[in-house]
Design a protein around this ligand. Structure first.
Ligand SMILES: Nc1ncnc2c1ncn2[C@@H]1O[C@H](COP(=O)(O)OP(=O)(O)OP(=O)(O)O)[C@@H](O)[C@H]1O
Ligand SMILES: [Mg+2]
Length: 410
C-alpha cells in the first residue's frame, strides 16, 4: 500500500512539475506510428527518408495519429489557446507551418535517436507565426511507457532582436562608409582650398602690379612662379587623394625634411609677407627620411596655416629641424599666439574639432594620419612663454630602406 501511495504521490509531483514548468511542454502519444515503424523495420527498411519520399501519406498519418494528450500552462499560453483541452488531439497543429520538420522528427525517431531539436516556424491557434525551438525526447526502447515529450521554446523575441541587431550593424557599416566619404570630401576641400586661395591672392597681386605705370616685372615673375607652384601642389593633392581612394600606397622616397620645409613655406609665403609675420627657420643637417613629399608638405603647410591664423599681424613663427640622438628627425613649429586652451589640448587632433568660425577641424587630423602612416609621431603643447608648439618626429631612413628605394628606382 505504502509503495502504491508513494508512486501516486510521485506521479502527482511529476504532473504538477510539468504543469507549472515555465517552459511550454506537450505530452504526446505516438504509439500508433511507433507500431508502424516497427513493422517497416521488420520489412527490412533501414532508412526512413527514401521511404517517406515514396509514401508521403505516412507523414499525414503521423500528423493525425500522433496525439497531444497533455499540455502545460506555458504551452497553452504559447499557443494562445483557451485551455489545455484546445490543444489536445492531432499533433498536426504543431507542424502546420513547417511540414518538413515533421518529416525530420519522424526520421530521427526511426533512427532511434533519444532527442531531436531544430528551430522552426509555428502558427499559434490565434494566428501568430512564431520562431520556436522544438525539442523532442523520444522514449528509449526499454521504457514501457510510450510517452514522447515536446518542448517548445519561443525564440521570436530573440530572433527579432538578432534581426534588429543585424540591421543596426548594417546601418552602422553604411554610416561609417558615408562618414569616410564625407571625411574624404572634407579633406579634399580643406587641402585643395589652401593652394587655391594662394593662387587667387598671388594672381590678384600680380594684376595689381601689372596695372601700375611701371610694372615690377621681377615681382610679377615671383608671383607667377608661386601661382604655378600652388597649381602644381593642388593637382598633386588631388592626384594623391585619388591614389588614396584607389588604395594606392603613398610614395615612399628618401627625402630631406629641410627641403620639404622650404617647399612648404612657399605656399604660405604670401600670407607671411602681407601680414608682416616674422618667420624664423633654424635647420640642422638631417639624415633622409622615407616618405611622401606631397603629404609631408601638407603637414607642414597645415601647421603653418594654423599658426598664421592664431597669431596677430607682425606675430612670430619659429620652425626648427633637429636630429635627435636616437636618430629620429624632428620638426618643431611654434608661434607667439595665444596657445591652445589646456582643456582642448587632447582634442586638437580629433577630426572636426575646431574653435574657429570658418574652421572645419580636419587640418590636424590629416597631419596626424599622415605622420602616423610614416611611422612617426606628432604632439601638441603650449610653451611656457605662451604660444602653441607642434612637434613631429619621423624615423630616419635605415640603410635597408635606402637600398630598397634605390632598387625600386632602377
Ligand atoms: N597654432 C595654434 N595656436 C592655437 N590653437 C591652435 C593652433 N593650431 C591649432 N589650434 C587649435 O586646434 C584646433 C584644430 O586645428 P585644425 O587645424 O585641426 O582645425 P582648424 O584649423 O580649426 O580648421 P581647418 O580644418 O580649417 O584646419 C583649432 O581650431 C585651434 O583651436
Ligand atoms: Mg587648421
Amino acid at each position: 500500500m505504502t509503495s502504491l501511495w508513494s508512486v501516486r504521490a510521485s506521479e502527482e509531483r511529476y504532473r504538477k512539475l510539468i504543469q507549472y514548468l515555465p517552459i511550454p511542454l506537450l505530452q504526446v502519444d505516438a504509439r500508433e506510428i511507433g507500431g508502424v515503424f516497427s513493422e517497416l523495420k521488420l520489412e527490412g527498411i533501414a532508412d526512413l527518408g527514401p521511404h517517406l519520399d515514396l509514401h508521403a501519406d505516412l507523414i499525414d498519418f503521423a500528423n493525425a495519429s500522433v496525439r497531444i494528450t497533455k499540455a502545460n500552462q506555458a504551452a497553452v499560453a504559447l499557443f494562445g489557446a483557451d485551455d489545455a483541452a484546445a490543444l489536445t488531439g492531432p499533433v498536426a497543429k504543431v507542424f502546420a507551418a513547417s511540414p518538413e520538420t515533421a518529416r525530420r522528427v519522424m526520421i530521427a525517431r526511426f533512427k532511434g535517436q533519444r532527442t531531436y531539436a531544430e528551430v522552426m516556424k509555428m502558427r499559434t491557434l490565434d494566428g501568430r507565426l512564431l520562431d520556436v525551438r522544438i525539442t523532442i525526447t523520444y522514449p528509449a526502447p526499454p521504457e514501457r511507457l510510450d510517452v514522447t515529450l515536446i518542448c517548445l521554446e519561443d525564440l521570436t523575441d530573440q530572433r527579432s532582436t538578432e534581426y534588429q541587431l543585424r540591421q543596426l550593424q548594417a546601418e552602422f557599416a553604411r554610416a561609417a562608409r558615408i562618414l569616410t566619404l564625407g571625411q574624404l570630401a572634407t579633406s579634399i576641400a580643406h587641402e585643395v582650398n589652401q593652394p587655391l586661395s594662394a593662387i587667387a591672392t598671388n594672381a590678384e597681386t600680380s594684376l595689381r602690379w601689372l596695372s601700375r605705370d611701371e610694372p615690377n616685372l621681377e615681382k610679377i615673375g615671383q608671383l607667377t612662379a608661386r601661382v604655378a607652384a600652388s597649381a602644381h601642389h593642388a593637382s598633386e593633392i588631388v592626384q594623391r587623394i585619388r591614389g588614396t581612394a584607389a588604395k594606392h600606397m603613398p610614395d615612399r622616397i628618401s627625402l630631406d625634411l629641410n627641403d620639404i620645409v622650404e617647399e612648404a613655406m612657399l605656399f604660405v609665403g604670401h600670407d607671411i609677407e602681407t601680414r608682416a609675420i616674422e618667420l624664423t627657420l633654424t635647420s640642422t643637417p638631417l639624415p633622409v627620411v622615407m616618405g611622401d613629399r606631397v603629404q609631408l608638405q601638407q603637414v607642414i603647410v597645415n601647421l603653418l596655416v594654423n599658426s598664421i591664423q592664431a597669431i596677430p599681424n607682425a606675430g612670430k613663427i619659429f620652425v626648427e629641424t633637429e636630429l635627435r640622438p636616437d636618430t629620429t628627425v624632428s620638426l618643431t613649429i611654434y608661434d607667439n599666439g595665444p596657445g591652445i586652451p589646456e582643456e582642448d589640448i587632447d582634442r586638437v587632433f580629433e577630426g572636426f574639432f575646431t574653435t574657429k568660425d570658418e574652421g572645419i577641424g580636419v587640418g590636424l587630423a590629416i597631419c596626424q594620419s599622415i605622420i602616423t602612416a610614416h611611422g612617426g609621431d606628432i604632439a601638441a603643447s603650449n610653451r611656457p612663454e605662451g604660444g602653441a608648439c607642434f612637434r613631429i618626429w619621423l624615423p630616419a631612413a635605415s640603410p635597408m630602406d635606402l637600398e630598397a628605394a634605390t632598387a625600386a628606382a632602377v
